[in-house]
Design a protein around this ligand. Structure first.
Ligand code: ZN
Length: 372
């Protein structure tokens, strides 16, 4: 009896040993495979260019308000990057009037900026912190802060002969005027910033905005009446007829024709080749002969693309402007997310010593290489 029990135990022990002899190497192999796999993943991740910008989170107590921006006590912020981890200590905090700009750049050079509207007031009319690209349809936070915000404007000089010491940004807005133009004019007015509008006849109900732009000291350039490539690039005659139609509107609204122009699609557009080969080469020459100063751009806000966001508009501008002494920035006042976020670009630029100027016939032109 005892012997058989002993031999059973021995058998169990032997079986266990056999199982372990197989299982341990299998587990070891699995662990090694797992380590190699995660190692490869980590290496691949490191090799892949880092395109994810850090995330800034602002703390906001909805009950906290101050009588004036100077009395505001920072409520806190945090910056985290998917690769670099906690970047809170690298955040640049730039107060500008009633807006505080928080800017952080990761090691790969991706910049995120977040803004806080200082909660001035008693909490009844003020708007809370908001991520710059989450403003919704019909947001009127710009209006809400209008009375409270004052900005120094002595850096702005719109004398055509003015040669600034500082770096210059020429903001240009194409394709309007349209439904967001008035809001944009209010923002520009609040900062006393002057820009250039390359106007179209796309939204005739807003044609009077051209007059308002002009009266406010902005530059007006012709862009196109129809902005219909098939029509305007059908031949040179059609192109100039369309420009002439737009000039008429500009003259009605401002009392003057303009000699500033931006080609629909820019002078480097290749789409025109679908309609007429080589037309841009001829039109650019003719434009100069006719006395037009045409402008392309050397910084694009990216807002021409429909899946662009307000945050991208901000990033595209503030990441590229520092490379240039003069930046001609392409924007569209027909894009609500651009109009809603341009204020943050302006606050950032003024705080960093940039000057905003409207284009005029003496401005440096940003010309693309003509492709067609
Ligand atoms: Zn356009």
């Amino acid at each position: 009896m005892r012997r058989s029990q002993q031999s059973r135990r021995r058998r169990i022990r032997r079986r266990t040993r056999r199982v372990l002899r197989i299982a341990i190497p299998v587990i070891l192999v699995l662990v090694v495979v797992f380590l190699i796999f995660t190692g490869i993943k980590a290496v691949v991740r490191l090799l892949k260019p880092d395109k994810t910008p850090p995330v800034i989170e602002l703390t906001r107590n909805p009950d906290y308000f101050v009588p004036s921006a100077e009395e505001y006590q920072e409520e806190g912020y945090k910056a985290v990057d998917d690769r670099d981890g906690d970047l809170t200590d690298s955040v640049r905090r730039i107060p500008s009037g009633n807006v505080i700009c928080y800017e952080v750049t990761d090691r790969a050079g991706n910049t995120t900026i977040e803004y806080r509207e200082v909660p001035v007031g008693d909490g009844k009319a003020a708007s809370n912190t908001q991520s710059s690209d989450t403003q919704s349809e019909g947001d009127d936070s710009g209006k809400a802060s209008e009375e409270a915000v004052t900005y120094t404007t002595d850096r702005i000089n719109i004398d055509p002969g003015y040669v600034p010491d500082e770096k210059v940004i020429y903001l240009t807005f194409d394709d309007g005027p349209g439904e967001y133009t008035e809001r944009l004019l209010e923002i520009l007015d609040r900062y006393n910033v002057h820009v250039t509008f390359f106007v179209t006849g796309g939204f005739p109900a807003y044609a009077d905005m051209i007059g308002k732009e002009y009266e406010a000291g902005h530059s007006i350039g012709v862009h196109s009446y129809t902005h219909d490539f098939a029509q305007i690039y059908a031949d040179k005659k059609a192109f100039w007829a369309d420009i002439e139609k737009m000039e008429k509107v500009v003259e009605e609204q401002t009392g003057h024709r303009t000699n500033l122009m931006r080609f629909a699609g820019g002078s480097s557009n290749t789409l025109s080749a679908m309609y007429t080969q080589g037309i841009m080469k001829e039109l650019t020459k003719e434009a100069e002969k006719k006395g037009y100063h045409y402008f392309d751009w050397n910084v694009s806000s990216g807002d021409g693309s429909n899946d662009c966001t307000g945050q991208e508009v901000i990033n595209n501008i503030i990441n590229n402007v520092p490379d240039n002494d003069y930046s001609v920035v392409l924007c569209h006042d027909t894009k609500e997310f651009t109009v809603n976020n341009i204020e943050y670009v302006i606050a950032w630029a003024l705080e960093n010593g940039y000057t905003f100027l409207p284009l005029n016939e003496t401005s440096t032109t940003a010309h693309h290489a003509v492709q067609n």
